[in-house]
Design a protein around this ligand. Structure first.
Ligand code: AMP
Length: 210
């Protein structure tokens, strides 16, 4: 049983490492960003309500996202553990997890410099089908625009444009310090330095979890 929170700026590698941790420990990968994108895609009332926030790089309301995460974490899929990618994003959300009596074994902060982050996000393309992430400069697919794994088309996320990226980074910088302190005070915080070498960063993550 392993229950992990991943903290880090947009583009720090949370999604990539959440997927790897999920496979390594046989635990559920819970990405609030992915859940929210699926809700928007479904064109439901809730999807319409939140879509402009996401497109502009704003956070959606704590109430909505906390309700979503509570339902997800209580589901059967999460009973063997989970890795949270993109939650909590505010101190209020971190406190809510405690209220929901959600247990956490570690909160891992992936630190990456802002210049690397901007380079990664501006070239990011993603497979809609399997979620694989590429970068047109740093980690291109074998065939332009096509996923190596499943052969489907690659897309640019709606919020991977420069104004939305700047907004997301600004919001992250405003919100992250209190969350980091919250987990530091509980002796749950582990810090790793994200590199462009995915395997190297993943080894560091496994090491801090020991
Ligand atoms: P991500 O895929 O984690 O970068 O999330 C994409 C977008 O979904 C964010 O920019 C927010 O608009 C929304 N989102 C994801 N997680 C949260 C959260 N915990 N709280 C509020 N909004 C969120």
């Amino acid at each position: 049983m392993m229950r992990i929170i991943l903290l880090g700026a947009p583009g720090s590698g949370k999604g990539t490492h959440a997927e790897k941790l999920s496979k390594h420990f046989f635990i559920e990968n819970v990405s609030t960003g992915k859940i929210i994108r699926d809700i928007i895609e479904s064109k439901s009332e809730l999807g319409k309500l939140v879509s402009d926030f996401v497109k502009n790089g704003e956070l959606i309301s704590d109430n909505i996202v906390c309700k979503i995460i509570n339902e997800k974490l209580k589901s059967d899929k999460c009973k063997n553990g989970y890795v949270l990618d993109g939650f909590p994003r505010t101190l209020q959300q971190a406190r809510k997890l405690e209220e929901f009596e959600v247990k956490v074994d570690a909160a891992i902060l992936i630190e990456v410099s802002e210049s690397i982050i901007i380079e990664r996000l501006t070239g990011r393309v993603q497979c809609k089908e399997c979620g694989n992430v590429y970068n047109v400069k740093l980690n291109p697919p074998k065939v332009v625009g096509i996923c190596d794994t499943c052969g489907k088309n690659l897309i640019i996320r709606d919020d991977d444009n420069v104004p939305a990226i700047q907004n997301r980074l600004r919001i992250y910088q405003l919100q992250v310090a209190p969350i980091v302190d919250f987990y530091k005070n509980k002796n749950l915080l582990k810090v790793v330095y994200g590199k462009n070498n995915i395997e190297g960063t993943f080894t560091d993550i496994l090491n801090v979890l020991e």
